[in-house]
Design a binder for this molecule. Structure first.
Ligand code: PMP
Length: 460
């Protein structure tokens, strides 16, 4: 597969200069309006590296430190108000503090917070997930990381193979097997049609990197080559990559992937930690009509409480039943997360709610596209269900290497400009916004208004 990235134009070089000017001015403004966040971060840094509980939350000069949140809005410790389109990195499809979810959790709290003996709601959530995603059986975890870790272990246990294949630039959490070629620098990434596997952190167990093959997204031929030794346990992939903006599968990629995995006795794992119920009632697998062997979930299915899950057909899950593959955890299926998940899946994130948020998102994206066209910006919009993004490349991206062609100077200027005007988008320039069930048309319009002002300043 060849990827064509258009050369930057002289017009774009001018935009880069302008973007850097905007960033410099906006950083001063940010500093002036967030002294409370600065102080809170300085305090936290004494006892917590970078002053944040997860390194994803860190950015310069210091992150916005939250005080409270409700519905579509978040307030920081300085009293600044933001329309929160980050929504917990996509975990809060229900929005902040949804009254139905809150009532469900409070009702459960009357009856205790943790039993570590099963509760009836475990089966209820299992049934709800089965109904949406089609797999026979489910087990719960506390995070997406644990879900992909357990899914890969199950695949290895089932196939008796140890090698796995993942996507270059793909993120699946922070356990050893997937911390390979997460976001490699391109001078250490090898050829596009057979990328190198590179460690993404110090501290990996010996031999891990050698067990992990890497291919590019949207490249079925590379996958076929990677599986040709019939020694790969699983191919783990997000059906839509949502850690490089939103990168869609093209030309029946997922259907091809399904077939190639089946032909090679390799289990197909869909990591739907980010897509799932924000993409379609039945996840991205439901949207594209491709059923993986194992599905990993987390984030939005818990309505803001820590919850992950993995599901598969009974034949696979029988390895857990007969204790061949060991799966355990103190907080797995805890009643508070179960109560939140039942409210989320059965009462809040209904078909109507999905249709409404997806429609609001379509409108936000088409408004953004009008502005992109009007100001001739080197950008385009992408939608997956209730999630959307403006990606700062002219052409749609097909993989991580295309994504590296993003104009990050303009992307950063856009992001910080929004923060200073009450629009909170995820940090890191590689995420997307989420229209939650509690966002309003007024909040959606605010995003459009700020984007238009940014476009004017960028092209002034
Ligand atoms: N898979 C994907 C696709 C993710 O985006 C993430 C988190 N951003 C994870 C797995 C890990 O989930 P968690 O942070 O809950 O461990």
């Amino acid at each position: 597969m060849t990827t064509v990235t258009r050369p930057r134009t002289s017009g774009q070089a001018r935009l880069n200069v302008r973007a850097k000017e905007i960033t410099a001015a906006e950083l001063e403004r940010y500093t002036a309006r967030t002294p409370g966040s600065q102080a809170a971060n300085n305090r936290a840094r004494q006892v917590i590296p970078l002053g944040v509980p997860s390194s994803f939350q860190a950015y310069d000069p210091w992150p916005v430190v939250a005080k409270t949140a409700k519905a579509g809005t978040l307030w920081d410790v300085d009293g600044n108000e933001y329309v929160d389109f980050n929504m917990g990195f996509g975990a809060l499809y229900v929005g902040h503090n949804h009254p139905v979810l809150r009532a469900a959790v409070e009702r459960q709290m009357e009856h205790g917070m943790l039993y570590v003996t099963p509760c009836e709601s475990n089966a209820t959530v299992g049934e709800l997930l089965k109904g949406r995603f089609g797999h026979d059986q489910w087990r719960f975890t506390n995070s997406g990381t644990e879900a992909t870790m357990d899914a890969i272990r199950l695949a290895r246990g089932f196939t008796g193979r140890t090698k796995i294949v993942k996507i270059e630039g793909g993120y699946h959490g922070h356990h050893d097997s997937v911390m390979v070629s997460m976001k490699p620098s391109l001078d250490n990434a090898g050829p596009a049609d057979s990328p190198w596997s590179t460690a993404s952190t110090a501290g990996l167990a010996a031999g891990i990197v050698e067990q992990v093959g890497v291919v590019q997204f949207n490249d079925p031929d590379a996958l076929r080559r990677a599986l040709s030794g019939f020694d790969v346990a699983c191919f783990i992939v997000e059906p839509v990559m949502e850690n490089i903006g939103i990168c869609l599968p093209y030309d029946n990629y997922l259907q091809k992937v399904r077939q190639i995995c089946s032909e090679h006795g390799t289990l197909l794992i869909f990591d739907e930690v980010k897509t799932s119920i924000t993409a379609h009632m039945g996840g991205a697998s439901g949207h594209f009509g491709v059923q993986p062997d194992i599905t990993c979930l987390a984030k939005s299915i818990g309505g803001g409480l820590p919850l992950g899950a993995f599901g598969a057909r009974k034949e696979l899950m029988d390895l857990i039943t007969d204790l061949t593959v060991v799966h355990q955890g103190t907080f797995n299926g805890n009643p508070l997360s179960m109560a939140a998940s039942i409210a989320t899946l059965s009462e809040i994130c209904t078909q109507d709610a999905f249709d409404r948020t997806a429609a609001m998102n379509t409108r936000m994206l088409s408004d953004a596209q009008v502005i992109i066209d009007e100001f001739d910006l080197p950008a385009h919009t992408v939608q997956m269900g209730a999630k959307g993004c403006v990606t700062w490349t002219v052409d749609p991206i097909r993989n991580y290497r295309d994504y590296k062609g993003t104009d990050f100077d303009v992307a950063f200027a856009h992001w910080i400009y929004g923060i200073n005007r009450g629009i909170l988008l995820p940090p890191g320039l590689d995420e997307q916004w989420l229209v939650s069930v509690q966002h309003t048309d007024v909040e959606a319009d605010r995003q459009t208004e700020v984007f238009r002002d940014f476009a004017k300043e960028l092209t002034a």
